[in-house]
Design a protein around this ligand. Structure first.
Ligand code: HAM
Length: 417
């Protein structure tokens, strides 16, 4: 049987996993300092969870969801993003009855049936955060600042924070009318999807990736010119806070998010070092989403980071691959038995130990020690067992020291620290 991973879906092999682990650890570290807790959400949900929140006329819902009937004939979907699942869980477990604000983070795979290309997979990983219960734009500024701090720790350079406000259910209808007015005479230039969306959700036309549509909507009005006084004040105060924190950003009134649940603040972080798919993270406010899921009015804000995109940006400068502390080469049957016990003792004390197996020559064992990047190597043969001492070989310094076998552990711990 010859089988391959599905198109747009890839394996993360051991070497790359170290890089991912490094990114995840830094996220946990930074999120913790801002009071975020981990939440683990399911990968599969009832399809309605996504239709209702992401929006029926979005590309994600119309074209990209992995949706199928399960054996109980229920429509289920592999999650295309985390926010909808998170809010579903927040309402389902009545978390709103506990003190607000509440702050959470999550890691995991998302699924979108998009056309695969560099930086765009069908299964991709996100690290996301969500914070619920605060209207104050100070939280928006804090969330953006946390993302900036994280990117600095990760060592991302050349990132641009693009920011806008996309209003609320009060001001958006006025903007929708102005947009329809602008599009009315050029509607024939748009694709079929856009023509359909014109009536039901004209703002979605701004997110269409079809080239003639992008050209035909040039010069369309901006939502930021139509904000109600509440949204406008919120946006102004957010910008004041960002200035206070000295966070540089670019105003982009044309920033369009591919999800319908956003209100007020929306942002995207792009990197010039990526190709066409240049967004490394994106997010915004969703003040109406908890209510949409049947909970009480509860404002929310969050973002998600694309792990593959971050990993591709830092992989060349990453040197943090961990390696074995010690490789033991046994020579002969007795040494092999001795090594089995000795290695277990050292592992119990926390050392990362690998051994050669019986029958392998010293040369092939040394080759393996080199290949796995062992930091130290010892050879145990008849002589070493008789004398109770071994030569500890430093694989970086390329020198040897003679050490009592029962002192190996403390010697290594001292050297490695
Ligand atoms: P999103 O903009 O759809 O937002 O995705 C966030 C990030 O996920 C993108 O900026 C990108 O880095 C990565 N990403 C998206 N699609 C792909 C793909 N096909 N292949 C590789 N990476 C991809 C959300 O998902 C929202 N849930 C974010 C959010 C959280 N808003 C509020 N809270």
């Amino acid at each position: 049987m010859k089988v391959k991973a599905l198109k747009g879906i890839r394996d993360i092999l051991a070497l790359e996993s170290y890089l991912w682990y490094h990114i995840e650890s830094l996220c946990r570290e930074v999120f913790k300092t801002y009071g975020y807790h981990e939440i683990r959400l399911p990968i599969i949900e009832a399809t309605d969870v996504f239709i209702r929140s992401i929006g029926e006329t979005t590309d994600i819902v119309e074209k990209e969801m992995y949706t199928f009937q399960d054996k109980g004939d229920r429509s289920v979907t592999l999650r295309p993003e985390g926010t909808a699942s998170f809010v579903r869980a927040f309402v389902e477990h009545h978390l709103y009855t506990e003190p607000l604000p509440q702050k959470y983070y999550y890691f995991g795979p998302m699924f979108r049936y998009e056309r695969p290309q560099a930086g765009r997979q069908r299964q991709f990983y996100q690290i996301g955060i969500e914070a619920l219960g605060v209207k104050d734009p100070k939280l928006d500024a804090e969330v953006i600042s946390m993302l900036k701090t994280l990117f600095e720790k990760i060592g991302l350079k050349d990132t641009i924070f693009e920011l806008t406000s996309i209003g609320c259910s009060q001001c958006r209808p006025n903007y929708g009318s102005a947009l329809k007015n602008f599009l009315k005479n050029r509607l024939s230039l748009f694709c079929e999807d856009c023509q359909r969306r014109y009536e039901i959700n004209p703002l979605r036309i701004l997110d269409c990736k079809v080239k003639p549509c992008i050209e035909a909507r040039q010069g369309s009005p901006s939502i930021t010119d139509f904000l109600c006084s509440d949204c406008s004040k919120h946006f102004e105060r957010l910008r004041d806070y960002l200035n206070l924190l000295k966070i540089p950003y670019t105003l982009n009134p044309n920033l369009v998010r591919g999800l319908d649940y956003y209100t007020k603040t929306a942002f995207e972080v792009t990197s010039e070092s990526l190709g066409a798919q240049n967004a490394v993270a994106a997010g915004g406010r969703y003040d109406g989403l908890v209510e949409e899921f049947g909970g009480p009015p509860t404002p929310g804000i969050g973002f998600a980071i694309g792990v593959e995109r971050i990993a591709s940006l830092i992989k060349n400068s990453f040197t943090g691959q961990e390696c074995h502390d010690l490789f033991i080469c046994p020579l002969g049957h007795e040494a092999s038995d001795k090594t089995l016990i000795f290695a277990e003792e050292l592992r119990a004390k926390g050392l990362w130990v690998e051994t050669g197996y019986e029958g392998a020559s010293l040369r092939s064992q040394m080759r393996r020690a080199n290949r796995i990047g062992a930091r130290y190597v010892i050879v145990i043969g008849e002589d070493e067992i008789k004398k109770g001492e071994v030569k500890l070989k430093d694989m970086i310094g390329k020198y040897e020291t003679t050490v009592d076998m029962d002192k190996i552990c403390e010697t290594l711990i001292k050297k490695l620290s």
